[in-house]
Design a protein around this ligand. Structure first.
Ligand SMILES: Cc1cc2nc3c(=O)[nH]c(=O)nc-3n(C[C@H](O)[C@H](O)[C@H](O)COP(=O)(O)OP(=O)(O)OC[C@H]3O[C@@H](n4cnc5c(N)ncnc54)[C@H](O)[C@@H]3O)c2cc1C
Length: 746
């Protein structure tokens, strides 16, 4: 706790203790005031300015300390100073006191509470930022929630103190007038609760919801404004038109067809989009072939003297295409037509918020979903235009293996293809301008991948910025800047894998004025709507994650919100998003890692299980990597997991499930995992967590109990058969380490 907090806490404790000691509560009641009124009024009329000042100070102190009494003091202000003076006095004193109480709560509690309940506060803070002033205004206007509760709770949020002050000042005006006015008739008042009649209360409620209603009305007007100049068709041809038949578009169309909506899906190129044709599928196919070569190259590890493989690169690439062809039917026109989707081959153009043109034909669409994906981003490096560079789009057409291959980029795509081509025999130089590969992952993760890459002979050039491509004496050379020096790297082919740019241009969005974000993806709200509420966007074109499974996840929200949004709309949920990079070691993650949790100021604890200890990993010669689990401090609630090692992408599923459904490490530890499998690493990570939190004090008592029992009942026990407890109990209490319990389960 810092000095500021300590001083504030001491001051508050002292003030509250003094209030309790002097029993100030006895003065804050209506009867007491009525009895003393004549005497106090006499003092006030003789010392007016001093009385005003004293009253102001007492009012601010009472409200700042959240001592009950503000309502009574407001009445008293009316009785002593009259309507106008009393109103002005209370209005400023109450706002100042409220702001001080809010700031005290903020200083003492906000950081720790926000850290502890970080998930919940993400939503609260977003809400406060967007509509906080409206809600505070409503709360101030409708005196239902106690004054001091509002102050303390708002202190926990990120609302700026200035906003809090002026909204409170304005919001409390009406209530203050009513109370001060009532105070001028204090002799007729018997209780505080009697001041507000049901009719008056009703008026306050109406006043309170007025700003919210006004805001909604404003939104409606804005929406109308957006569509100005476009006539809404009297009839529609389709409930939904989906542009792009990649993962996002296909799933959107599928859901629409399943709920019997009329849907047209338009694709200008190949059904299946990037994932099937140039992304996930071909990359995973080449990774598999490359892994076989890597196994051959370490045949001695598996007990063979030598192994030799003859292969042609073009055969491997043919296999990659064979795999694509095998999966193609899942995304084919025939399949989707059979499901009831009207599939159109052609380039779509949005001509108005309600019309999409394709092949010279205009379709009137009640809703449109943009799922146009992304393309490889090609940076404007000097001389790049004279190089016949490769991207993830055209690399799959290679027939000849590049001898010297440069891979530009240390993200997932660059890493997967670097390792694959290196394993197949290319001399690969991977170039990354940042200090490590996979920069979004923790440092230990990058290090594990980098170490393996170097072991496999990949030339890894970190902190190298590509500056220029030149062709000198017929040889292609990349010039990089590294620590102020120029480094020249000759090469035969270069793969550019430095990121992906969203496809937002050339099909009508610019003309409609649909905004993009600073990183070039489409701007959408939490329902995936663009500024035209009937035009949605999903997948790589919108981000923030560019994966097949996140595109499919968004597709559900876009389809359901578009088709049923007038009844209920759903905010897209990004709380538990997993992904994997299929290098060796494989890297999979769900939720937060250490660098993100630290950056977000979230309190967390880290538990690590080293896969080198795992029996199955040892048997498979894959005893490397780790499971790293981040949990809420003092709890088993999982904030995020990273797995590095064999099959990490599959193994993370258990943690994804746990996070999604609020299952903690205790429950994972109490779940039977088959021996010997790699999945045991998940349980053992939970075991490590438990082991670090075993109840030492209790175990000392248990030990003492056993000691006593051995001594006291030694003779009786000698004649009885021994009873053993269940091993499962032992495992679950995790008195043993995970590795110990693994051995015990053999
Ligand atoms: C090498 C590589 C490996 C990858 N590996 C993985 C992985 O292992 N796991 C994973 O989850 N993700 C992976 N991805 C990412 C994944 O491929 C994408 O996230 C996913 O394909 C996005 O789907 P989408 O529907 O948004 O876009 P896309 O699949 O790109 O589909 C968009 C479609 O829209 C069409 N289109 C565009 N404009 C128009 C128009 N005007 N009219 C008609 N049609 C149009 C395009 O032709 C395209 O078919 C990988 C990507 C690459 C490049």
């Amino acid at each position: 706790m810092n000095t500021k907090k300590v001083v504030l806490l001491l001051a508050l404790t002292f003030a509250l203790a003094a209030a309790y000691y002097f029993d100030v509560g006895q003065y804050f009641n209506l009867e007491y005031f009525k009895v003393q009124q004549a005497q106090i009024s006499h003092y006030v009329s003789n010392n007016h300015l001093l009385s005003l000042t004293l009253f102001f100070v007492i009012y601010v102190t009472v409200t700042a300390l959240s001592i009950p009494g503000a309502a009574l003091m407001t009445l008293v202000a009316g009785a002593l100073f009259g309507l106008l003076e009393g109103f002005i006095l209370v209005s400023f004193a109450s706002t100042l006191g409220a702001t001080l109480a809010m700031l005290a709560s903020r200083t003492l509690l906000r950081d720790s509470i926000q850290k502890r309940f970080s998930d919940a506060f993400k939503t609260v803070n977003a809400g406060v930022e967007k509509e906080g002033a409206f809600y505070l205004f409503t709360l101030r206007l409708v005196p239902v929630v106690p004054f001091f509760v509002i102050n303390l709770v708002m202190g926990l949020t990120n609302m700026p103190a200035r906003t809090f002050f002026w909204v409170s000042q304005v919001g409390m005006l009406a209530g203050t007038v009513v109370y001060v006015n009532a105070g001028t008739q204090i002799a007729n008042i018997d209780s505080l609760s009697g001041i507000l009649s049901p009719a008056l209360m009703g008026s306050f409620v109406l006043l309170g919801i007025f700003p919210l209603l006004a805001k909604r009305a404003l939104e409606m007007v804005k929406r109308k404004q957006v569509y100005k100049g476009y006539d809404k068709p009297k009839q529609f041809d389709e409930d939904l038109v989906v542009i792009g038949a990649g993962s996002g578009g296909l799933v959107t169309a599928y859901i629409a067809a399943m709920v019997k909506a009329k849907v047209t899906l338009i694709e200008k190129h190949e059904m299946g989009g990037d994932c099937l044709n140039t992304g996930c599928v071909p990359s995973k196919a080449i990774i598999r072939s490359a892994k076989f070569m890597a196994d051959v190259n370490r045949s001695a590890d598996l007990g063979f003297r030598s192994a030799n493989v003859e292969f042609s690169f073009s055969d491997v690439m043919s296999r990659v295409q064979r795999v694509v062809k095998a999966i193609e039917p899942h995304d084919s026109i025939e399949r989707y037509s059979g499901l009831g989707v009207n599939v159109v081959q052609g380039e779509a153009k949005i001509t108005s918020p309600y019309t999409v043109e394709v092949n010279g034909h205009s379709i009137r669409a009640r809703n449109i979903v943009v799922a146009t994906g992304a393309r490889p981003f090609v940076p404007p490096i000097k001389g790049i235009e004279q190089i016949d560079y490769l991207t993830s789009d055209n690399i799959w057409g290679l027939k000849e293996q590049p001898k010297r291959l440069i891979v530009l980029g240390g993200g997932p795509i660059g890493c997967e293809l670097t390792q694959s081509f290196a394993r197949l025999g290319s001399d690969v130089t991977q170039i990354e301008m940042l200090p490590r590969l996979m920069i979004k992952e923790d440092e230990d993760v990058s290090l594990a991948v980098q170490t393996r890459f170097k072991q496999e002979g990949i030339d890894l050039l970190l902190n190298h910025r590509a500056q220029e491509f030149v062709i000198r004496d017929g040889e292609k050379i990349l010039i990089c800047e590294h620590e102020g020096n120029q480094v020249e790297i000759p090469f035969d082919q270069v793969l550019v894998a430095v990121g992906r740019a969203a496809n937002t241009k050339g099909f009508g969005l610019e003309k409609l004025g649909i905004e993009t974000t600073t990183i070039g993806t489409l701007s959408v709200n939490e329902y995936l709507q663009t500024k035209y509420p009937n035009i949605y966007a999903v997948g790589d074109v919108v981000g923030p994650y560019q994966f097949t499974h996140t595109s499919a996840h968004q597709a559900w929200y876009a389809a359901v919100n578009a088709l049923f949004g007038q009844f209920k709309k759903f905010k897209v949920d990004y709380s538990v998003i997993p992904w994997a990079t299929f290098t060796e070691p494989e890297v999979a993650r769900v939720g937060l890692n250490e660098q993100e949790a630290t950056h977000q100021g979230i309190d967390f604890e880290v538990t690590r299980f080293d896969v080198a200890e795992l029996d199955r990993a040892i048997a498979d010669e894959e005893a490397h990597g780790f499971v790293k689990v981040l949990t809420v401090t003092g709890k088993d609630k999982i904030l995020g997991v990273t797995i590095v090692g064999e099959q990490a992408g599959d193994l993370i599923a258990e943690y994804v499930m746990a996070m999604k459904h609020g299952i903690g490490l205790n429950k994972i530890l109490g779940t039977i995992h088959i021996y010997p499998t790699l999945s045991e690493m998940n349980k053992y990570a939970a075991g490590e967590w438990k082991k670090a939190r075993k109840p030492e004090g209790l175990l000392q008592w248990v030990e003492a109990f056993f000691r006593w029992r051995r001594k006291d009942q030694a003779s009786a026990v000698a004649n009885e058969p021994r009873a053993y407890g269940s091993l499962a109990d032992v495992n679950n209490t995790a008195v043993f380490s995970s590795a110990e319990s693994a051995r015990l389960t053999h």
